[in-house]
Design a protein around this ligand. Structure first.
Ligand code: ARG
Length: 565
């Protein structure tokens, strides 16, 4: 496909540098005013002429040539009309030839991105608070892959700390393997909650927990065995949920993995003269940067969350030699990451600037949407199950004869929940209601899936599964709805790149809603299936392009697209 911006810049360069021109050209918002515009204001000073004068000269340089139709100078802008018929042909042709690779690029070739996301805590079940990190991290993983990067998904397990001493005590007192087997991680979490209730009037328990924690640290066999049991139960559980959410991890190296890897980075900081002693603890003073000191070794010699993250950063650089290392973690941990990154920077490590905290806001349910049990955790599985059940009800009511209803309801319900975490700028706090995220006509995943299924059903009704190699006569597509669709489809590769570079899957979400809405307008305006096969096939070629982008776009968000709904 022709790169139109480049094509135009090529024709105009001379006095102005070609790349500058190309980067200044924008797509025109109003189709009636053209397709590409070049604002000429920024050249006025350099060329000692008025913007309108420059635009007029440019307009004269662009003659109709089969690619460009005409150009006009209006108020200092050069407005270019492309040959729209050819443009639409081009866009459709490109999508057809690239298929599900459309939108991919090679910009990341030879580069590696680490993404630390979801990062669960052992002996706890995934809860609604994990939705943001899991959905955003999962989508960034897929977006960077599409751009050709090597991506390393890391689940930095919370598998170290005094809480595991408590877990062992609770398990030995009240643990019931059958119940744990049936309830999974929730069964462990329940024990933990009970421990805290009992501990209040029985300080003896606190002492026992401390003992057990010590035994874990000393590598005591029984303590290890129990800890590994908790870990196995938790991971079994969360892996099932990750499968439903279409996310994957390449590393499960968590906090305890760094038990024996903290000395080297600490010594490195000491050698740089960064560590000072404060009340017996080892800290990096950050007062110059308006931050509290970064505490790395407590006075009793024990390490902290930050020490483990410090070791993990060194380890990741050594092991993966990343170009970027992302941490998709709630904004509440903002200070922690600012401190960590600052310490690395002060240590003179150039890669400190490649560390990014991809912060996000809170997801919560509207009041009363789900009964929260004691300890008020709303489990993610329960939210998914409820969304799936509601989807099944809706689908059954709308389309009672549909086969495979359960499978489709799973795709719709889970998709709706994922989308709720990806539809808005990630930093926003969101409250979701089941009715809103499952509204088939709203700006939701089910709406996108429904539009995709509508595309598929057109092919089904036409009796073909895809268009054969013949090039249909696209002159049928010379109308404003098709032009808008083609323009949107053409933007898809840029949308993928922008969503990744800004760590913002919501850019893709909003784009897909736009595309689906434009498609549905097109669908209403144009009767696609008809006796006239030339016409029908041209319109179906447009449908095919949209269908390809919808499916791939949804997949990049982690959402499945059923062919029927
Ligand atoms: N497990 C932590 C929590 O639940 C999140 C870990 C994020 N990753 C990291 N490298 N600190 O808060």
């Amino acid at each position: 496909m022709i790169n139109y911006k480049q094509y135009i810049a090529d024709k105009l360069c001379g006095q102005i540098d070609k790349t500058v021109l190309q980067n200044t050209i924008v797509t025109t918002a109003d189709d009636a005013k053209g397709d590409y515009s070049l604002p000429c204001f920024r050249f006025a000073k350099e060329l000692h002429r008025s913007p309108q004068d420059i635009a007029s000269q440019f307009a004269n340089q662009l003659v109709g040539d089969g690619v460009i139709d005409k150009a006009e100078a209006v108020n200092g802008y050069l407005n270019v009309f492309v040959n729209r018929q050819k443009y639409i042909d081009d866009v459709i042709g490109k999508v057809r030839s690239e298929g599900d690779k459309y939108g991919n690029s090679k910009e990341g070739k030879g580069k590696t991105i680490c993404i630390d996301y979801s990062s669960v805590n052992i002996a706890k079940s995934l809860h609604i608070g994990h939705l943001g990190t899991t959905a955003i991290g999962g989508s960034l993983y897929k977006l960077f892959k599409a751009l050709g990067y090597k991506v390393v998904g890391i689940n930095h397990l919370g598998d170290y700390g005094t809480q595991f001493g408590k877990m062992i005590v609770a398990y030995k007192l009240w643990g019931d393997d059958k119940r744990i087997k049936a309830m999974g991680a929730k069964g462990l979490q329940e024990l933990y909650v009970k421990f805290h209730q009992e501990e209040e009037h029985n300080p003896e328990l606190t002492e026992q927990a401390r003992e057990w924690f010590k035994r874990i640290e000393q590598g005591d066999e029984e303590a290890q065995k129990l800890f590994l049991y908790f870990k196995r139960i938790t991971l079994n559980d969360v892996k099932r949920t990750y499968k439903r959410l279409n996310v994957r991890f390449d590393s499960w190296d968590g906090e305890s993995f760094f038990n024996d890897k903290m000395d080297k980075p600490l010594q490195f900081l000491r050698d740089k003269g960064l560590i000072t002693i404060s009340d017996g603890a080892q800290v990096v003073d950050l007062s110059q940067y308006d931050m509290p000191p970064c505490l790395l070794v407590k006075s009793d010699g024990s390490s902290l969350y930050a020490t483990r993250d410090l070791a993990a950063a060194f380890y990741r650089k050594d092991t993966y030699n990343f170009d970027k290392c992302l941490y998709v973690v709630a904004y509440q941990q903002d200070l922690h990451f600012r401190q960590l990154f600052k310490v690395l920077e002060l240590a003179g490590l150039p890669w400190a600037q490649d560390m990014v905290h991809v912060a996000y806001g809170m997801v919560s349910l509207e009041e009363g949407a789900m009964s929260t049990r004691k300890g008020n955790a709303v489990f993610l599985e329960d939210v998914l199950d409820k969304a799936v059940q509601k989807s099944l009800d809706i689908i059954t009511a709308k389309n009672p004869d549909l086969s495979d209803k359960e499978k489709i309801a799973e795709q719709v319900g889970v998709g709706a929940v994922i989308f709720s975490a990806l539809e808005n700028a990630r930093i926003k706090d969101i409250t979701f209601t089941f009715d809103r995220v499952l509204n088939f006509d709203g700006e939701t995943a089910p709406y996108l899936q429904y539009t995709y299924a509508r595309c598929c059903s057109l092919f089904q009704k036409a009796g073909i599964s895809y268009l054969a190699r013949i090039m249909p006569d696209y002159s049928v597509l010379n109308n404003i709805e098709c032009l808008r669709l083609a323009k949107l489809v053409a933007r898809f590769p840029d949308i993928i790149a922008e969503s990744a570079h800004k760590y913002e899957p919501s850019i893709l979400s909003k784009y897909l809603i736009d595309l689906a809405q434009s498609f549905n307008k097109f669908y209403i305006e144009h009767r696609i299936l008809s006796e006239d096969l030339t016409r029908q096939n041209a319109l179906l070629a447009m449908v095919e392009a949209v269908r390809t982008v919808l499916k791939k776009g949804l997949a990049l968000l982690g959402i499945d697209a059923p062919e029927k709904m």
